[in-house]
Design a protein around this ligand. Structure first.
Ligand code: HEC
Length: 255
């Protein structure tokens, strides 16, 4: 008798185990079947712009009425892929902000910017910086087309479609002091970059709206206004520089 009970209980345990195992199987090949620990497979979706003040009926005073998305820590570098040329271009900008950036940083806080103690020193030093996007016959149309697109959406309302400083903002009388690019032939490319990045005078900084590749692309585009025939043959630089423009970058920009 005892043996029988033991055998039955063993059988039942085995059967119950089998039922549990089998119950997780379903015929639908797209279904994972019954999940025993769904929280481990799927973490709850975090929505950055949601108020997490109350989650599942539980009040969380600390998070209440606060935007939960965080800015990445300062000096962290986004991942831009493995193209070394692009990586080098995207490294943190090595120039300090001039103290003038304090008044021209625009709408955005510039927390994390290291200010140079001398007003214009870094602006002047930036004249030595070369545009890492070398123009070539192969890429210039794509670079200018991309520059035009950026310029139309980010700059033309002040600087004007023709770069004459007569954008709709200026014409409306709301804004003044926008230069005609034609009068800026003495600026080096690096300074144009610096001014777009950190802002200058009444122009706000653009560092947090467009990335460095986009700014260097704009530098080329602005040069079209500054110098007649910019981008035509010899005006673009030495043969060597042209050869440096690698094919990868061209395809990147054309995308
Ligand atoms: C809100 C209006 C406004 C917008 C938008 C704006 N600018 Fe400017 N920009 C100005 C003003 C004003 C100046 C003159 C600043 C000064 O010299 O004090 C200026 C100056 C410049 C200069 C000359 C900088 C120097 O070092 O003298 C360049 C180059 C330039 N802007 C490019 C751009 C580009 C490219 C964009 C778009 C990404 C842009 N700006 C967007 C108003 C604007």
């Amino acid at each position: 008798m005892r043996k029988k009970v033991k055998a039955i209980s063993q059988y039942l345990t085995f059967a119950a185990f089998g039922v549990v195992i089998m119950s997780s199987c379903v015929s639908d090949p797209d279904s994972s079947g019954l999940e025993y620990t769904p929280d481990m497979y799927r973490s709850p979706a975090i929505e950055p712009y949601v108020d997490y003040g109350e989650v599942r009926g539980k009040e969380n005073k600390e998070a209440k009425m606060k935007q939960s998305s965080m800015r990445p820590p300062h000096y962290t570098i986004p991942y831009y892929g493995t193209d070394e040329h692009k990586m080098a271009m995207m490294l943190p900008y090595n120039r300090l902000a001039s103290s003038a950036a304090n008044v021209s940083h625009g709408l955005y806080e510039h927390e994390g910017w290291r200010l140079s103690s001398e007003l214009d020193a870094e602006y002047n030093n930036s004249a030595a910086d070369k545009n890492p996007i070398a123009l070539s016959e192969a890429n210039k149309d794509a670079v200018f087309a991309r520059g035009k697109k950026l310029y139309t959406s980010m700059c033309a309302h002040c600087h004007g479609e023709k770069g004459d400083g007569e954008g709709p903002m200026v014409k409306s009388g709301a804004y003044a002091g926008v230069p005609d690019y034609k009068n800026l032939t003495n600026l080096a490319d690096g300074q144009v970059f610096y001014s777009i990045y950190y802002g200058k005078g009444a122009m706000g900084a653009h560092a947090m709206m467009i990335d460095k590749e986009e700014i260097w692309t704009l530098v080329h585009y602005v040069n079209k206004f500054r110098f007649d025939g910019y981008g035509d043959e010899d005006a673009t630089g030495s043969e060597e520089e042209i050869e440096e423009a690698d094919a990868e970058e061209v395809s990147e920009i054309e995308e």
